[in-house]
Write a protein that binds this ligand. Sequence first.
Ligand code: ZN
Length: 312
Amino acid sequence: MNKHFLFLGLVCLFSLSLLSCATGRNSMGKKIKNGPKHVVLVGFDGLSAHAVKSDKAKMPVFKKLLERGAGTLENRSVLPSSSAVNWASMFMGAGPELHGYTEWGSARPDLPPRVLTDNGMFPDIYYLLRKARPEAELGFFYEWGGMRRLVDTLSVSRLEPLALSAGNTEQAVAGVTAYIREKKPLFCSVIFGEPDGVGHGIGWESPEYFAMLAHLDRALGRIVQAVDDAGMTDETVFILAADHGGIRKGHGGKTMEEMQTAIVFSGKGVKAGYRIPESTMVFDIAGTVAWLFGLEAPQVWLARPIKSAFED
Ligand SMILES: [Zn+2]
């Protein structure tokens, strides 16, 4: 009898330690001393590093932030080099094996997520921020409807679609720019559905693709201006990123045109004219945002904060 209880006790202890390991904390290393008050993440679906490098990419705002800030053109997507799996990774700080979104259009996890929060999702950056700062203003603007499934919308303050391809640049981002000016969000993501649409329809690095990049860059300029109008510039870090690139009329495969994207940091505490030397992955963006706000990452995250981009 006693042996039986001893065995049960050991099983319980082992299970508890496993559970606490899986739901515990991930060491983020040294805390940032003087982090920003705001982070604005602008994502471009299907923007390849290969295209950014081209002289045909007329993106003066993007390239100015890259040249004056810190960046890499060798960031890698998780496989497959597709949309939902990579956007989920960017917000969820881990790869498909753990968060469970494995395909281009996953609307829910195709695998059981390794860890679920009390909101019933794999822990993402919005969930972390909401738990740490219950009153925080957290915005999420998206163009492709599938994006709604890839973040913890219960933790978002303002969830709003935008339509870059439907109207002129100003109209397309009017909701975002008004929101930034009025609410001065702690964290806001703006995820454009382009240039992916033009890539699929006409081709990656086609004249139409590059024309879309110029349009997107004007939209980015409006967002940067809105942050300035709100008086937030000195306390903001911008992050520019993409889910994957593309080649010919598609992506999802294993060429570097599909797998390599840019990450750009610009703003408070960011090194000037710095090329990030380390290996980075799309999921490191979540880790960097968490680190900038002084949050501990969940143990299940793989994300490594990209600290080298910031002054000590
Ligand atoms: Zn995509």
